[in-house]
Design a protein around this ligand. Structure first.
Ligand code: TYM
Length: 339
């Protein structure tokens, strides 16, 4: 068996209210947890990225705290994971500033996040520079750790492509080989998790999500409002599985044989929507039970969380310092008076 360890890196922004939904889990965190079993992993809270949209201090603070607990609870075993906050490693922004100089405006103008804003009617003059240069900060986040793989959902794919482009330009401009080109890691079946409305990508801002750490009653409500088969009026009507979000989620969270049985019954009109939804709710509760328990434990032990964050920051800084020193030397900032 091939045991060469790869370096894995990913980040999550504490946007919305900072909590994670099953789209984040299936799209990114699950792959990260799987990869962390045999590889060296870096996972960070992209708190500086959140400033592009969150500019109320209490909100940002609460979001960061929530996301830290959510992520740690889902990760569980941290033995191969360096978990840290982006703002604890100031080299990210130094590298961003350096990379800004080799990044053409045109490349960033084509970025989705920026284009989406314009399409939503936001005036170009109103877009803040943080949002505009977001892909460059993300490139710095990634290149700093020279990862092999970056597990993310498909919505981040373009950002990884921009990162590769920036890395190539840097290497070419400075005739160096400092930055290896990172690969996105996006398994097809979880590339885009659709929302409970069955129409758009699951996202906090669209309100079409299923939470992981909310109270059971809230999650139950989210499950009960999930889109199924609009053509089915009575329990005895044969139902459709394709495009039915309840079955879509069940495929991820239940035993294959059991869900096959439910699918068969549904097709034959032998099981009610509410029964299948209850089954999904129970399955989610079972699947996430260990993480939900860890979440409560972590919430009640702020000192141990602080310790994890502190250790993570120290270890991430060590790697970041090495990279930034290499970069400084490569571009000519290091000279005979450097110390
Ligand atoms: P963020 O915080 O929006 O999302 C976190 C991760 O969840 C994935 N995701 C989804 N995947 C599939 N289906 C969905 N419906 C879905 N919704 C969210 C996202 O693709 C992402 O992987 N810019 C990043 C954070 C970041 C980062 C980085 C990631 C900053 N620097 C460096 C990797 C490497 C973001 O805002 O993700």
């Amino acid at each position: 068996m091939n045991t060469v360890k790869k370096r894995i890196l990913s980040g999550i922004t504490p946007s919305g209210d900072g909590s994670l939904h099953i789209g984040n889990y299936l799209g990114a965190v699950r792959q990260f947890v799987e990869l962390s079993k045999n590889n060296e992993c870096f996972l960070f809270v992209a708190d500086i990225h959140a400033l592009t949209t969150i500019q109320r201090k209490d909100e940002l603070r609460a979001n960061i705290e929530t996301l830290i607990l959510n992520e740690l609870a889902l990760l569980g075993d941290l033995s191969n994971i360096i978990f840290f906050r982006q703002s604890d490693v100031p080299m990210h922004t130094e590298l961003q500033t350096i990379l800004n100089n080799i990044t053409p405006l045109g490349l960033i103008k084509r970025a989705h996040a920026y284009k989406d804003k314009l399409e939503k009617g936001v005036e170009e003059e109103e877009v803040n520079m943080g949002l505009f240069s977001y892909p460059v900060l993300m490139a710095a986040d990634i290149l700093m750790y020279k990862p092999d793989l970056v597990p993310v959902g498909r919505d981040q794919k373009q950002h990884i492509e921009i990162t590769r482009d920036i890395a190539e330009r840097f290497n070419r401009t400075f005739k160096s080989k400092i930055f290896p080109l990172p690969e996105p890691y996006i398994p097809e079946e979880a590339a885009v998790i659709m929302g409970t409305d069955g129409k758009r990508k699951m996202s906090k801002s669209l309100g079409n999500f299923i939470s992981i750490f909310e109270d059971e009653a809230v999650i139950k409500k989210q499950v009960m409002s999930t889109y199924t088969d609009p053509t089915r009026k009575h329990v005895t009507d044969p139902g459709h599985i394709e495009g039915n979000m309840v079955f879509n989620y069940l495929d991820f969270f239940t035993e294959k044989e059991e869900v096959m049985m439910y699918k068969e019954k549904y097709r034959q009109g032998k099981v009610a929507d509410v029964e299948v939804k209850n089954y999904l709710f129970e399955s989610l509760m079972k699947y996430f039970a260990p993480a939900r328990m860890r979440y409560e434990e972590l919430k009640n032990s702020p000192d141990s969380v602080k310790k994890i964050i502190q250790t993570g920051a120290e270890r991430a800084r060590e790697v970041a310092e090495k990279t930034i020193n290499e970069v400084r030397a490569t571009i000519g900032l290091t000279n005979k008076y450097s110390f």
